[in-house]
Design a protein. Structure first.
Length: 528
């Protein structure tokens, strides 16, 4: 890609970008939020047309008018938010839209198995997608683009929700792909992973190429400075601010799939149906409680039950000493519970609404969004400008839609909104997912500052360094139960990752790192 320039009203997303990807390599593309990475990849995948510049694939200049054109030229993209239908099988998801290639029956099944075996993906064609963990869903997405003949794969934040063993397994898959002559463009904010898997690195800042790097000759600090001009941050919590004042008390919280059973409880079939199983914990003022777990083990249901989106079948939730179990979401929010959702598109934003209207979401009755019974658009607009400046949301203005922002800038807007009402309790689900190292450090600082003022935080994150660094207390969730405790001061990411796959329970201070066999089993999802 040479001289790529793309302009939108009020902003130049890409300016004279140059990117050269060698065949049979993993090429990392890094940059801060809003740097133009996503726009550049959308151009390469035919979702956008450049205003200037040229694209050459295998020595031939090409023009893409749609993703179909890119696919014909062997380019496929795995998006950060997976594009799979949960109610369909793996085979049905893979062939959807490509029925003419190998049919929809035996021929397709044979081709899927052939690709899966060739690249070590371990994909089973007849399994329902809803029964797969996140790592296996990702492999299905990779198989989808390989099924269509891709020889260049674009992977957008592929490790965002993976535990260490799953990251290792993914990297083994990538090495297998490049050994077969395929190329991978790897987009990530995790610089340690970039340096471990990439053969080449291109850095983009403010919409233009600022440099390239050879991983073996580069440190995370140097790469961070290229990206954002600052040193790589670490989420280290200094002094303890934990008090003896309970803010949130959860007792025996249980949620069943499809609702509580009509018959007797306590039998094996009943246990299988429990999404949350007798969850009990207390968070005090000034405390960050971190919950670690492989995605799909009840974290989502715990979050939704605490905020009121899902009804508990048994158990109780008390906030500042008052039973809020029957309260609706709006009352919980107005009482001082802030919420950074794990899925910002589903629960955090109205994508087609302007930024200042998104500032109002969840805080309709509160100042500066309202005066008495009436909305106050001017107050919301003015405060949106403050959030944009304070949280470094890269946008040409507050009237653009949320959909026009990069994922990281969308996240910063949500964090700014939720931290702006002096909450007493914060549910933070993956608060720095998809943000660059500079924004990550700023969000950590905001959480630390609020924690010092007495904020209680429930932190759920796939970033184990973030969990260990920010938490005062660590619990591990597995199959809907809290199965282990850990001391953030002594636990390692490897030990925590092992416990997350069910390899340990109880107190983890003395847990040894998992054996190679255990790690391999975890990576393949066998323990899950």
């Amino acid at each position: 890609m040479t001289g790529i320039t793309k302009r939108f009203p009020g902003v130049v997303a890409n300016h004279d970008i140059h990117l050269t990807v060698r065949r049979g390599t993993v090429h990392a593309l890094v940059g801060e939020n809003g740097a133009g990475k996503s726009t550049l990849m959308k151009i390469l995948y035919g979702m956008q047309k450049p205003d200037e510049g040229t694209i050459v694939v295998d020595g031939e200049q090409v023009t893409f008018n749609s993703p179909a054109d890119a696919i014909v030229r062997g380019i496929g993209m795995v998006h950060q938010h997976f594009m799979l239908a949960d109610n369909l099988t793996v085979l049905e998801n893979v062939v959807l839209g490509s029925e003419k290639l190998y049919g929809i029956g035996g021929g397709a099944r044979k081709k899927i198995k052939e690709i899966s075996d060739r690249y070590g993906l371990g994909v089973r064609p007849d399994v329902l997608v809803e029964d797969l963990g996140v790592a296996h869903r990702q492999r299905v997405e990779i198989l989808k683009v390989l099924y269509r003949g891709a020889r260049t794969l674009i992977l957008d934040e592929p490790t965002a929700v993976l535990v260490p063993q799953e990251v290792d397994a993914l990297f083994d898959n990538l090495r297998e792909l490049k050994s077969e002559g395929l190329s991978v463009i790897f987009i990530s904010h995790k610089l340690g992973e970039v340096l471990s898997v990439a053969d080449d690195i291109t850095v983009i800042r403010r919409g233009t190429t600022v440099g390239t790097a050879i991983p073996s000759e580069t440190t995370p600090r140097q790469l961070a400075e290229l990206m954002v001009g600052s040193e790589l941050p670490t989420p280290e919590t200094a002094e303890s601010t934990v008090t003896d004042k309970p803010v949130l008390e959860v007792e025996g919280l249980t949620v069943y799939a499809g609702g509580a059973p009509a018959g007797p409880v306590g039998n094996a079939a009943d246990a299988v149906r429990r999404i949350l199983d007798d969850v009990t914990f207390t968070i005090h003022a000034g405390e960050v409680l971190g919950i670690a777990g492989v995605e799909g083990n009840g974290q989502t249901e715990l979050i939704e039950t605490l905020i009121g989106l899902k009804k508990a079948d048994s158990g109780a939730i008390a906030f500042l000493g008052e039973d809020i179990t029957p309260w609706p979401t709006r009352r919980r929010r107005e009482s001082g519970i802030a919420y950074i959702p794990e899925d910002r598109h589903r629960h955090g934003l109205l994508l087609e609404a302007p930024l200042w209207e998104n500032r109002i979401l969840g805080h309709v009755t509160e100042s500066p969004n309202a005066k008495g019974f009436w909305l106050d658009p001017k107050g919301a607009q003015e405060d949106t400008r403050r959030i944009v400046e304070e949280y470094d949301v890269r946008t040409p203005g507050i009237d653009v839609t949320a959909a026009s922002l990069s994922g990281g800038n969308q996240q910063k807007l949500i964090v700014g909104r939720e931290m702006s009402h002096a909450p007493k309790f914060l549910i933070a689900a993956h608060p720095t997912r998809g943000v660059d190292v500079g924004a990550q450090a700023a969000i950590w600082d905001h959480i630390r500052d609020a924690r010092r003022e007495g904020l209680a935080v429930l932190l759920i994150s796939a970033d184990l360094d973030e969990l260990i660094g920010l938490s005062d207390t660590l619990r591990v969730i597995y199959n809907g139960r809290l199965v282990a405790d850990a001391d953030p001061a002594t636990i390692t990411p490897e030990q925590l990752g092992s416990a997350m796959t069910g390899a340990a329970s109880g107190h983890l201070e003395d847990v040894e790192e998992s054996t190679e066999d255990e790690a391999d089993a975890a990576a393949k999802g066998e323990n899950r």
